[in-house]
Design a protein around this ligand. Structure first.
Ligand code: AMP
Length: 142
């Protein structure tokens, strides 16, 4: 039977192409090459601050503030752009707030930020929230 071509078979190049859908839904598994996957599994040692079922918090190796903690999902998610599981995201955000409480930042305030992609200044491709505090933060960020 000949293959029919026409409007019904065309894919919208932006919203319906398989490549686009794959980009939205595919989350690579934990990889040997991902530094934060290694940290989450305990293969790379860090100063652990807190953890829950979905997330791990540890001190940033190059702190940009008196308190600088990274909160990551245990599962490999490249950035917030690929994060779709609300329970998992909620657990990561809740751990960030718990870290701030634990570090005594609640009264003075603090900043939680997740750099995303090239323009966002993301250097490690595993979702992470920076919890920054202990000094006044500037705005707008650089
Ligand atoms: P970003 O640039 O937003 O992707 O943040 C990545 C962060 O990971 C930076 O603040 C780094 O200092 C931090 N970092 C990189 N390697 C390590 C490590 N081995 N342990 C703790 N923090 C790290």
């Amino acid at each position: 039977m000949p293959v029919r071509t026409g409007a019904a078979l065309r894919l919208d190049p932006v919203t319906s192409s398989p490549r686009h859908l794959a980009t939205l839904t595919y989350i690579p598994p934990m990889t040997d090459s991902c530094l934060f996957c290694k940290i989450a599994s305990g293969a790379v040692p860090v100063t652990l601050i807190a953890q829950n079922d979905h997330a791990v918090a540890f001190r940033d190796i190059a702190p940009k503030a008196p308190v600088h903690v990274l909160v990551i999902p245990r599962r490999h998610i490249p950035s917030i752009a690929q994060a779709t599981d609300q329970a998992e995201l909620g657990a990561v955000a809740a751990l960030a707030a718990e870290v701030a409480r634990q570090e005594g930042l609640e009264q003075a305030g603090y900043r939680v930020v997740t750099n995303t992609g090239e323009d966002g200044g993301q250097s490690v491709a595993h979702l992470h929230f920076h919890v920054l505090g202990g000094r006044a933060m500037g705005w707008p960020p650089g």
